[in-house]
Ligand binder design. Structure first.
Ligand code: FEO
Length: 400
């Protein structure tokens, strides 16, 4: 049975949610599920904006068939060719063989890579700034390369002032009937997942995200319709501001995140000591994460949130503990910049993890690594407590 929601007079959300998938992109845990949003415009021409992941194809076609009624589908606009949004395109073409498929030249090439149906006879190739009139609506296409793939574009509906934003402004989390941001408590219930989605999916492409934000800043936007998560129809400036912070790698909050790798609890003890010292000196925003117990996508996201980061690792196989190494390489891959970092190493005989952590971090942009690295031999001794005091003070001195 169909399950749709109206956005404006003749526009509809026709997506759905998957609450069964364990790992998005087969990497990121999504305990709250994920939504795949597709949109329908019931104009003189019928228009579908993107499709969905194959996991919810049944719901999607129920929705589309319900809204189309006896009408044929005239256009499919493909803003993004990743399979979580285009997996059912083959079936769509079988059901609606007359459909024109709207995309840029990169989109059309990707359709050929993923599918075998005849695209050339159906393709309507558009480029930056082109428009498509469908009756009452005029749709303008704006390219957004590498937000998150090279073919990505966004579509602006001039009539309703709606930006169909592809992966931009998306979030992890299934939708629960309330699909609009003003129907939910976004900051309390969704912001952490939005940050984790942004930083892990498009975090690497800050410059490209800023280029898109610049392009759309000239538009009068009343509504943002992303491909994942809630639709934005108020407080849009607040969410754009969050994205600007993330895309420019500016810390969202002053505070300290301590990520530690510990086997028998001694490095964890060092992390706890530092946290207490920081708290004693008045720091209120402190978070500790065990890299073995917390998925790296969470710590990547938190690293984008906090201004100050501490990495504490045992030495393992003459190197950095494996989960810590994965985390640091992940942070590098996601282009994290502009942070103050402190290091703690532990080694029962030949401690090397500090030097090796430093090596990875020194190859990242504008990472200020504090000199006062603490080196522990097996466990923290009373004689070393001063070093923790010094490190806590050094961290605080760099906070504004
Ligand atoms: Fe939701 Fe880049 O796909």
């Amino acid at each position: 049975m169909h399950c749709v929601r109206k956005i404006n007079n003749d526009t509809f959300w026709i997506g759905g949610s998957d609450r069964r998938l364990a790992l998005f992109e087969n990497v990121f845990p999504i305990p709250r599920g994920i939504s795949y949003n597709a949109y329908y415009i019931d104009d003189e021409k019928t228009v579908l904006l993107d499709t969905v992941d194959k996991s919810i194809s049944g719901q999607f076609f129920e929705n589309l068939v319900y809204l189309l009624g006896e009408r044929d589908l005239d256009y499919l606009i493909v803003n993004h060719m990743e399979p979580d949004h285009c997996a059912v395109m083959g079936e769509l073409v079988l059901r609606y063989p007359n459909v024109k498929i709207v995309g840029n030249s990169k989109t059309i090439n990707m359709i050929k890579q993923f599918f075998d149906f005849d695209i050339d006879s159906r393709a309507l190739i558009v480029k930056e700034g082109d428009t498509l009139n469908t009756g009452r609506h005029t749709l303008k296409f704006i390219t957004a390369p590498m937000v998150h793939w090279p073919e990505v574009m966004v579509t602006y509906d001039i009539l309703d002032k709606v930006l169909y934003s592809a992966d931009a402004f998306g979030t992890f989390g299934a939708l629960n009937g309330n699909i609009f941001n003003d129907e939910i408590e976004f900051e309390k219930d969704w912001l952490n997942d939005a940050r984790r989605y942004y930083t892990n999916i498009v975090g690497k492409y800050g410059a490209q995200v800023m280029a898109l934000l610049k392009k759309v800043s000239t538009l009068d936007i009343a509504t943002i319709c992303p491909l994942h998560g809630p639709i934005w129809r108020n407080n849009i400036a607040w969410f754009i501001e969050k994205h600007t912070k993330w895309a420019t790698y500016a810390p969202e909050q002053n505070g300290v995140m301590i990520a530690y790798a510990s086997i028998y609890g001694n490095t964890e003890n060092a992390a706890n000591i530092l946290a207490c010292k920081l708290a004693n000196l008045g720091v209120k925003n402190i978070k500790l994460y065990d890299v073995s117990a917390t998925h790296p996508s969470v710590i990547v996201s938190e690293s984008f949130r906090f201004s100050h980061l501490v990495f504490a690792s045992i030495t393992y196989n003459a190197g950095i503990f494996c989960n810590m190494e994965t985390l640091l390489l992940d942070l590098k891959a996601h282009n994290l910049q502009n942070r103050t970092v402190a290091l703690i190493e532990n080694g029962s005989w030949a401690a090397t993890s500090g030097r090796q952590m430093k090596e990875i971090l020194s190859n990242m942009k504008n990472i200020n690594i504090l000199n006062d690295m603490i080196s522990i031999k097996s466990s923290v001794k009373a004689t070393q407590i001063d070093e923790f005091d010094r490190l806590a003070k050094a961290l605080i001195e760099t906070m504004h």
